[in-house]
Design a protein around this ligand. Structure first.
Ligand code: G
Ligand code: G
Ligand code: MN
Ligand code: NA
Length: 250
């Protein structure tokens, strides 16, 4: 497979970079975190989206090594940020099955000096579908380290409310498909309201993804959503550029 070879080469050559997209607290109106989003600068094809190469990295097992690089690099970057700014890292279901994940996380925290409570792991619900008991045990193990755990892309795929009962996530990320039509008549505002209410009743916060307009932002605030993420505030940017946003009002 050509792409597998290129991915291996990129890991050796430093062909990957991480861009950081701000997470904005809707009440305090400030940046309280950033999501680490992987980018691949391909020598011939230019920037390639993770939507294209992460599935290949998962199929080949390369995601374990690549994910460890993301974790270590993102933690080192975040250690230079103000204390109130957390770092959110996406963890693939393949990484979650790796028995040394907890060790790698502890090691990335120690190497960077980042406090565990400033690291948030974003996990998709696919993890919980495949292997319930093992997945839950691993999530509890990670929680014991002191990191926060977010349920990513909530509401897409095979979402079930029972996952929220079986594991106490710190945060639910509401998928952008519910945000894009939220201001329309018969749009998703009632669904978002329901998710916000469930989250609040179980001490979880909510982050709305893909917020692009002022109207969406104001409605999400009114619905009680905790955080937002999206082009309205900022796209993902390289570290030196994103840090300039930490002091400013969104
Ligand atoms: O950044 P956006 O451009 O296109 O990301 C597309 C998809 O890739 C998203 O679903 C995102 O969660 C995923 N993604 C981005 N960075 C990482 C990463 O470091 N690890 C994993 N597993 N997925 C990532
Ligand atoms: O799946 P995950 O949520 O981890 O990845 C975030 C994805 O959403 C990335 O591909 C990122 O580039 C994209 N994204 C971030 N903000 C916006 C936005 O405001 N609108 C749209 N359409 N996509 C966004
Ligand atoms: Mn994510
Ligand atoms: Na998401």
């Amino acid at each position: 497979l050509a792409m597998e070879q290129d991915l291996r080469q990129a890991l050796v050559d430093g062909g990957f970079e991480i861009h950081y997209q701000p997470l904005v607290d809707l009440r305090r109106n400030e940046v309280t975190g950033c999501e680490a989003l992987l980018r691949w600068r391909h020598p011939e094809r230019g920037m390639i989206s993770p939507a294209e190469f992460v599935p290949v990295a998962e199929d080949t097992g390369l995601i374990v090594e690549l994910g460890e690089w993301v974790l270590r690099t993102a933690c080192a970057e975040a250690a230079t940020w103000p204390d109130r700014v957390r770092i959110a890292v996406n963890v693939s279901p393949v990484q979650l099955k790796c028995p040394t994940l907890a060790l790698k996380i502890t090691s990335a925290l120690a190497a960077s000096g980042l406090k565990a409570n400033r690291l948030e792991l974003e996990i998709t619900e696919a993890v919980l579908i495949r292997d319930d008991e093992t997945a839950l045990a691993i999530l509890h193990q990670l929680r014991a380290i002191g990191v926060r755990i977010a349920l990513d892309d909530f509401g897409t795929g095979y979402s079930s409310l029972s996952y929220l009962k079986r594991f106490p996530f710190d945060k639910i990320k509401i998928d952008r498909c519910f945000v894009s039509d939220i201001t329309e008549i018969d749009g998703s505002s009632a669904i978002v309201q329901a998710v916000v209410n469930i989250a609040a009743s179980r001490d979880m916060t909510t982050t709305a993804e893909g917020v692009e307009t002022f109207e969406q932002k104001e409605l999400l605030r009114a619905l009680g959503c905790t955080e937002m993420q999206g082009y309205l505030f900022s796209a993902a940017k390289p570290g030196p550029q994103v840090r300039q946003l930490f002091g400013t009002q969104p």
